[in-house]
Every structure is written in C-alpha cells, then in structure tokens.
Design a protein around this ligand. Structure first.
Ligand code: NI
Length: 229
C-alpha cells in the first residue's frame, strides 16, 4: 500500500470514529420526547379517584376480599343486607376495623318502591340497627336495591342515597375476565364501580381491577371520601 493510500485510509478511519462519537440528533429528540412523556405521566397520576363498592354481602368470599384489600391498602364501600349481616357478623367487624365505609342495602333485598312506607322504613331501620350493634354507629349511606326508592321515603330518611356509574353485571356473567374488561374499559375519574362480593368470581375480578387501576394512577377512596373530599 502506498503512503498516499495509507493516508486516505487513516483519514477515513478518523472520519468514521468522529461520526460514531458525535451525538446523534435523533437520539436527542427521542430523549426529549421521552422526558415529556414522563412529565405527562406524572400529571396523570395526580389524584384520579375512584370508589369500588360491593352490594348484597357480606358473604362467604368477603373475608378473602378484605384480605386482598388490606394487602393493597385499598379502602372500599360495602352496602350490606341485614339478613347477611346476621350470618357474618365477624366480617362486618373486620370491615369497620380496616376502615371501609359501611352502607345499608335493606334487610332482605326488597324493591322499596313496591312496599308501603312503613314496611320500607322497617327494611332500612332493621339493617341500620344491626350495623349499629356491630360498629357502634349508624350508616350514613343507603343504596336501594334496583336503585329504586320513592321521594317520600328519601325525605323520611336521614341517609344519603348512593347509586353507581360502572355496572359490569358481574352477577349475570360470573366471568372474571369479562367483569375486569367491562370495568377497566368504562371507568373514568370519580366513578363509582358496582360489584357483588357474594360471588367468588367478583372478588377475584375486584382485586384484578384494583391492581390494574392502581397501575394506571387511580387512587381508591370510599364513597364518603368521594362525596366529601
Ligand atoms: Ni343488590
């Protein structure tokens, strides 16, 4: 190889090395975009609240649910039936000790709008009494079965009516994946999710929903905290 050729080779080598070590403009743009994305994620995680609620319990799977909630440090709301409370008083006690919100769902899951005023009030008061005996305080919230409650009864009660925003109809499918996907695709900020802790599938779905939404930056609050932040 002549010395001139060797010179060219050396120059090419130096140029190649310079190109390798020069910062790539595209990389800088990419880094900038990534940090902007990170900043947006921070904004997104800033307090998106959601409430998860359970009706018709307590039941055979409620203790397992309470364990799962406790592991995740998540607070929920339970709308209890009087006739179920009688079977699972220890579960109700644990709900209160863990700081969950306890509401009334009547004594025997009746449609309040089909009853006389006296009967309807009785259905609600009986359950309030049972909760009082276990927890020492009267519940502030009522979720009427089927969402049905006349304005006359509402006026007679010293309670707030709580309905729901997201209903995956967990009691019809009893399918974990279907319930999870129904909830996570329909939920948005400040929503109330409705599930039934008397089904094992709903308890499993609830914990999956919670893990998914925690990952998305949601914070779980009770109905009370949602209504009075
Ligand atoms: Ni119900």
């Amino acid at each position: 190889m002549s010395s001139r050729n060797l010179g060219y080779v050396l120059i090419l080598c130096v140029l190649y090395m310079l190109m390798e070590y020069m910062p790539d403009q595209n990389d800088e743009v990419k880094v900038a975009a990534e940090s902007q994305e990170a900043a947006m994620e921070v904004v997104e995680t800033d307090k998106k609240t959601v409430a998860i609620t359970f009706d018709d319990g307590p039941g055979a799977y409620t203790m397992e649910l309470l364990e799962g909630l406790s592991e995740r440090n998540v607070k929920a709301t339970f709308f209890l039936l009087g006739e179920q409370i009688k079977q699972y008083p220890e579960t109700v006690k644990r709900m209160q000790e863990d700081g969950h919100c306890i509401g009334n769902h009547t004594y025997s899951h009746v449609n309040l709008s089909m009853l006389s005023e006296t009967q309807a009030i009785q259905e609600i008061e009986n359950t309030n009494q049972l909760i009082m005996e276990i927890c020492g305080e009267k519940p502030a919230f009522l979720r009427p079965p089927f969402g049905a409650c006349s304005s006359q009864i509402r006026e007679k009660l010293d309670m707030m009516i709580v309905l729901w925003d997201v209903d995956p109809l967990d009691w019809t499918t009893k399918n974990v994946d279907a319930v999870v996907s129904q909830v996570v695709t329909n939920v948005s900020e400040d929503n109330i999710i409705l599930l039934h802790d008397i089904y094992e599938s709903s308890v499993d779905a609830a914990l999956e929903i919670i893990d998914f939404l925690l990952e998305k930056g949601y914070e779980f609050v009770t109905v009370e905290e949602l209504m009075f932040p």
